[in-house]
Design a protein around this ligand. Structure first.
Ligand SMILES: Cc1cc2nc3c(=O)[nH]c(=O)nc-3n(C[C@H](O)[C@H](O)[C@H](O)COP(=O)(O)O)c2cc1C
Length: 140
């Protein structure tokens, strides 16, 4: 069994660059699946048309390096870390990186809002939820 310090999780949301298209998404997923398999990282990515939410889990050093690459990626900006911490077990073993739907993205953000522990996170997440899909937000 791996030591506790060998597995961490991290989730974040970010603002997609305004002209992002299907080709960009395909390229992101292709690079993600290739690199994450190599780096022992698993997780999921949601995309609303404006907002990315990504959940990642893996060895701390591999995640640190990935976050460094993500910070410099012009296809998104305004990264907000939603949660991070040590884990005992992987939630998504075998998921190199999967893209899930807008509705699922909404659910992930609402869950994070319920668990937000700072005022800045509550404000940031509320804004993102409103941007993500105003009708869905009012209905739920
Ligand atoms: C929203 C978003 C999510 C991404 N997720 C990952 C990821 O899970 N793994 C990864 O290696 N790259 C991911 N990338 C791409 C990285 O920013 C970077 O372009 C890539 O890791 C470079 O890989 P390469 O040197 O093999 O081309 C993501 C980019 C964006 C915009």
């Amino acid at each position: 069994m791996p030591a506790l310090k060998d597995l961490v999780h991290l989730s974040y949301c970010s603002q997609a660059q305004s002209r992002i298209g299907q080709l960009d998404l395909d390229r992101i997923l292709e690079a993600s699946q290739r690199n994450n398999q190599r780096d022992d990282i698993t997780g999921l990515l949601t995309f609303s048309g404006e907002v990315f939410v990504q959940f990642l889990e893996g060895p701390p050093e591999a995640l640190r390096q990935l976050m460094y690459r993500l910070q410099g990626d012009p296809r998104h900006s305004d990264i907000i870390i939603l949660s991070e911490g040590l884990e005992h077990t992987r939630i998504l073993p075998g998921w190199d990186m999967e893209l899930v739907t807008r509705k699922e993205a909404h659910q992930v953000l609402r869950e994070a809002l319920r668990e937000a522990d700072t005022y800045a996170k509550v404000i940031g997440l509320s804004r993102l939820l409103a941007r993500l899909d105003p009708d869905l937000h009012r209905a739920s």
